[in-house]
Design a binder for this molecule. Structure first.
Ligand SMILES: [Fe+2]
Length: 187
């Protein structure tokens, strides 16, 4: 599957603009992480980011978080995709379905997902609400204020350290990459 095919599948199953913007943000963060962790495979890592929430509008995760992830895998299989590494990574972004992250790419998606929302939340407190205005230091400061964006899972974000990168690296990557598509994702 190339990026264009992944994009087509995403738009077939996901319509909400907020979900789409989130998917694009996680895509670019994953691409940025691949530059450091798995150079040459940026597109593949990006596709996993793009598709990680594919089932968001297709399953009843509000009542049962265990279906979020496995349902995306079922959809991809239905679309003719057979990629166990991708399937396990998509499931790993939501430990509540029972899948535990164990590989570099699995830890990366687990950490990238909440970081995208966290950076967005930090941008919202700036007067211009632009991600371009956000400094790495302020992301780190807010990270340690546990009441700020309490829904953004700090433990998941810190799992980036299992890849050999530091939390500060993840923050740098998220700011750089999300700034690169800021207009597209309304930030
Ligand atoms: Fe997500």
């Amino acid at each position: 599957m190339n990026r264009e095919e992944a994009y087509t599948i995403l738009h077939k199953y996901m319509k909400g603009q907020n979900y789409l913007d989130h998917s694009y943000a996680v895509e670019v963060i994953m691409r940025g992480l691949a530059k450091r962790l798995d150079p040459g495979n940026e597109e593949y890592w990006g596709i996993i980011g793009l598709l990680h929430d594919l089932d968001e509008e297709q399953c009843d995760w509000q009542n049962d978080m265990s279906v979020h992830g496995p349902t995306s895998v079922e959809i991809l299989k239905k679309e003719g995709i057979d990629d166990p590494v991708m399937f396990e990574a998509i499931k790993a972004h939501n430990p509540k379905n029972g899948k535990k992250a164990r590989t570099t790419i699995e830890y990366a998606i687990l950490a990238a997902d909440p970081m995208s929302g966290f950076v967005k939340a930090v941008a919202q407190i700036y007067p211009d609400k632009k991600v371009a205005s956000v400094k790495p230091k302020s992301v780190l400061k807010r990270f340690n204020e546990l009441r700020f964006a309490a829904g953004a899972n700090r433990d998941y974000m810190e799992c980036i350290e299992f890849t050999g990168l530091r939390l500060e690296d993840l923050i740098d990557v998220a700011l750089d990459e999300m700034t690169g598509i800021a207009e597209q994702i309304g930030l």
